[in-house]
Design a protein around this ligand. Structure first.
Ligand SMILES: NC(=O)c1ccc[n+]([C@@H]2O[C@H](COP(=O)([O-])OP(=O)(O)OC[C@H]3O[C@@H](n4cnc5c(N)ncnc54)[C@H](OP(=O)(O)O)[C@@H]3O)[C@@H](O)[C@H]2O)c1
Length: 257
């Protein structure tokens, strides 16, 4: 059966790959992000899509676009809160303003859109809500203090929401990618809010974005509460959980880029 899937941050990287992965079975993909030109480019590759520009950090704009989606589609089957910005700066270098910006996009942007869409899913009696966390949502890492905090915060929120929805057919999933080869490090913010504008060597060797999207799609179809996708760095999630001393031993020695 065809589905309506809303993806934020759909103009590039993992969001774009997810849009392409869901381009089947008569699905309609709603594409959101700030750069309309990029969204239009992705739309041109899809059979059925709707471009809906949105800055997820603008709370008022969320109400407007959700009303538009409700009028057009009633509800959405899958909401993928993929929009996010990373950080490449020490705590001491990162201004409070940039720290708040990372929280506004990665945490509040995700949960505000989820809260606005949830009543539509409740009315429809079904849905999947996806939060895009990170391996850095499972452990802290140098140069990622606010980013990691914003992703950790998603776990508290979506795990609570998932439990509140336990008797419904609405499911929450948190995706924790490790290193996926996208422009995330180029777009990552330095302490003054400017983009790093260069690719991290570690990300250059990251998992292919199409492979990543396929794994995320499979996990969502199985209503998994968490999806881990990446290379060897995913082991760090398990080290942190079961042998925290080993996690710290390795984390102190790994290059943060
Ligand atoms: N690549 C990795 O290794 C990796 C690892 C862990 C987690 N992740 C997570 O995966 C998600 C996607 O990242 P990516 O790797 O695909 O990097 P990306 O290519 O930089 O994608 C980030 C997307 O978020 C959108 N975005 C940023 N700020 C936004 C805002 N205020 N409102 C709406 N959209 C906004 C961007 O589009 P606009 O600029 O047009 O708004 C962009 O399309 C992020 O949440 C990231 O934290 C990635």
């Amino acid at each position: 059966m065809s589905k309506t899937i809303w993806i934020t941050g759909a103009g590039s990287g993992i969001g774009k790959a997810l849009a392409l992965a869901y381009n089947e079975n008569g699905n309609t993909i709603i594409l959101s992000g700030r750069k309309k030109v990029q969204l239009d480019e992705v739309a041109s590759l899809l059979s059925s899509s709707y471009v809906l520009p949105l800055d997820v950090s603008e709370e008022q704009a969320i109400a407007t676009v959700v009303a538009e989606v409700e009028a057009k589609y009633g509800s959405v089957d899958i909401l993928i809160n993929n929009a996010g910005v990373s950080q490449r700066a020490l705590v001491t270098e990162t201004s409070n303003e940039v720290g708040r910006q990372l929280m506004e996009v990665n945490f509040f942007g995700s949960i505000h859109l989820t809260k606005a869409v949830l009543p539509l899913m409740v009315k429809a009696g079904k849905g999947n809500i996806v939060g895009m966390s990170s391996a850095a949502g499972k452990f802290g890492f140098p140069l990622r203090s606010y980013y990691s905090a914003s992703k950790h915060a998603l776990h508290g929120f979506y795990e609570s929401l998932g439990l509140e929805l336990k008797d419904t057919d609405i499911h929450t999933t948190l995706v924790c990618p490790g290193r996926i080869k996208t422009d995330i490090s180029k777009n990552a913010l330095k302490g003054d809010g400017s983009p790093q504008a260069e690719m991290d060597p570690g990300l250059e060797k990251g998992v292919d974005v199409t492979v990543c999207a396929a794994k995320i799609k499979r996990g969502i179809a199985r209503n998994k509460s968490e999806i881990y996708v990446g290379g060897g760095e995913i082991l760090m999630i398990y080290f942190k959980r079961y042998t925290p001393w080993l996690f710290r031993f390795i984390a102190k020695r790994v290059s943060p880029k």
